[in-house]
Design a protein around this ligand. Structure first.
Ligand code: ZN
Length: 372
């Protein structure tokens, strides 16, 4: 059990300091749910949890699944942007898209959740880098070159769902894309990039870049996670790493947070499993996530670690179950449970100043510096 005293302390920290999640597939989920006829998805499913966690900034990725590529990529990406804008309109007094520094400061001042937009993979562009400017004009301020797959710009870190590394780094077009992003003032995200690609980004990037949702290989060797040299290289260039709460990456197995179909191998919760053991499993998973935070802080330094929770359960539930989807579970059931992660970090002895920087201070600093 997490002691109440640490939860109270966590609530106070979240109230008094910025809280940032640098990776969440909000636009993709909203798009899928609206296609199925749902409305007010953000208001009903998310706002209460965002507010419980005191979430100030959320980066919504634009993520196009493999089933829609290549032909439907552009349409899906635009559809997600449109769906998110439609969704946020009725709740704009509580949550809004921001595209510049002034808007961000205004949203923070008004205690709204500020949503930043980022492309998870440049797949919607096809091989037409010229379209990047259009996405910038639509408010997109960050991007990764690729998701785990290979595209016209770069090669991802593994064959999704199999965790088998695929060779190849950036293409010439990928290097041009890095340059174009820097000209436009977009931040580059290296999560999902493979090892060759990471090294090439280090060689060609002139600005700090982030790994919005990756864990530490040193704690759990998974192709999606960052090796010590990568952590140090990213931090020394002024970037920030967002800790990922996906059970598969953190290394806690199929995940303890209770989805009936959790687990790639089809493991299900046994009938009659007690609430006590579930509670125990959840705390073990939270402690494992805390170990990633501590390790990253040790290797990158306390000013280069944040949160990119990548909570995927909502999107998984909203999309048809198809074979190539990686099936894992989230260590946090929803954003409100972020308080538990903060509480666990405090209970394990991390100093308050570091905990607050991880909860949001570091990513907020990065986004403030990068936004126009
Ligand atoms: Zn991702």
């Amino acid at each position: 059990m997490i002691e109440e005293v640490f939860l109270d302390w966590a609530r106070q920290i979240h109230k008094e300091n910025p809280v940032v999640d640098a990776h969440f597939d909000l636009a993709a989920e909203v798009y899928e749910r609206r296609l199925a006829g749902e409305r007010d998805v953000v208001e009903r499913r998310y706002l209460p949890h965002f507010q419980e966690a005191g979430l100030n900034v959320l980066v919504s990725s634009i993520y196009v699944s493999g089933r829609d590529l290549p032909e439907q990529g552009l349409r899906r990406a635009l559809g997600q942007l449109a769906a998110l804008r439609e969704e946020l309109e009725p709740v704009k007094d509580q949550i809004c898209v921001v595209t510049g520094k002034r808007e961000l400061e205004k949203a923070l001042w008004e205690k709204k959740t500020a949503v930043l937009l980022a492309l998870e993979g440049l797949d919607p562009l096809g091989s037409d880098l010229g379209l990047l400017r259009i996405f910038y004009d639509l408010g997109v301020r960050g991007a990764s070159l690729t998701w785990s797959r290979r595209n016209a710009f770069a090669t991802g870190c593994c064959k999704a769902g199999e965790f088998r590394e695929i060779p190849g780094g950036l293409t010439d077009l990928g290097r041009e894309a890095v340059q174009k992003m820097e000209e436009l003032g977009m931040w580059l995200d290296v999560s999902h990039l493979n090892n060759d690609g990471f090294s090439e980004v280090c060689a060609c990037a002139g600005r700090p870049f982030i790994a919005s949702h990756s864990d530490a290989w040193g704690i759990h060797p998974n192709y999606r996670n960052l090796k010590d040299g990568q952590i140090e290289a990213l931090a020394s260039r002024g970037g920030v790493i967002g800790v990922n709460a996906c059970a598969l990456l953190a290394g806690t197995g199929p995940g303890p947070s209770g989805r009936a179909d959790a687990g790639k191998a089809g493991e299900t919760k046994k009938a009659g499993q007690t609430a006590v053991s579930l509670c125990g499993a959840r705390e073990t998973a939270l402690s494992q996530l805390a170990r990633h935070v501590e390790y990253l802080v040790e290797k990158a330094g306390e000013t280069h670690v944040g949160l990119g929770l990548d909570l995927c359960r909502g999107l998984s539930e909203a999309t048809p179950r198809i074979r190539f989807q990686t099936d894992s579970d989230d260590i946090l059931a929803h954003h409100g449970e972020l308080l538990k992660l903060t509480a666990i970090l405090l209970s394990r002895g991390m100093k308050e100043e570091t905990v607050a920087a991880v909860a949001g201070g570091n990513f907020l600093r990065f986004f403030r510096e990068r936004l126009p």
